[in-house]
Design a protein around this ligand. Structure first.
Ligand code: ZN
Length: 201
């Protein structure tokens, strides 16, 4: 019955949205309904904006931060401390750290975290390119700023093991961030404190 009532295009859209990480069928339905309930002009504008994001945004050649240029503004800035790399899960984590204005080094975006449940392994993350940067450049410190979650911790310790014999300082942010927190959602003060009180591993 339901199968015949739900319009095929809507069913198809909900199915595709629910394949996105973090979206179940209910949240996919909510997104589709919200879009349909919006004034048509606004909905079209939103979709155009998303199309523009797809066309213009790509990972920085060097660090993987999402950017419109070949090199992101951090990598292109000669004033940044080029001996320190802060490793984050996603670009928005780096944007959150940038908002604090307290960090002057470079970044490296992993593009996720190790997650056996989601079948995300080391090969799916930008780990090789991190090791490559450490080998190739004059890096003195790597700050592991993955989220303080079980998966973020596992990812940090995996990377720590790959870097521990390279003669560099490896630090982990922790102070002030409640376990299970997500970096992107931390307030600027907490995040600034977490960076300030990073500890060598
Ligand atoms: Zn970059």
């Amino acid at each position: 019955m339901i199968e015949r009532v739900i319009p095929p295009t809507l069913k198809n859209a909900v199915e595709q949205i629910s394949e996105l990480p973090g979206y179940g069928e209910k949240s996919a339905q909510r997104l589709a309904v919200n879009l349909l309930n919006m004034p048509r002009g606004e909905a079209k504008q939103l979709i155009e904006t998303l199309m523009e994001v797809l066309e213009k945004i790509h990972p920085c050649r060097e660090c993987g931060i999402y950017t419109e240029e070949e090199l992101c503004p951090v990598c292109a800035d000669e004033e940044r401390d080029r001996t320190t790399i802060c490793v984050v899960e996603e670009s928005f984590d780096a944007f959150a750290i940038e908002r604090t204005g307290k960090y002057t080094g470079l970044y490296h975006v992993l593009g996720g975290r190790l997650s056996p449940l989601e079948n995300i392994t080391a090969e799916d993350l930008n780990i090789d390119s991190l090791i490559d940067r450490v080998n190739r450049e004059n890096i003195k410190e790597v700050i592991l700023a993955t989220n303080p979650t079980v998966e973020g911790e596992a990812t940090a310790s995996y990377i720590y093991n790959l870097l521990k014999n390279k003669g560099i300082t490896i630090s982990r942010i922790a102070y002030g961030l409640p376990f299970g927190a997500v970096l992107e959602n931390a307030d600027d003060f907490t995040l600034a404190k977490a960076l300030e009180h990073k500890t060598p591993i």
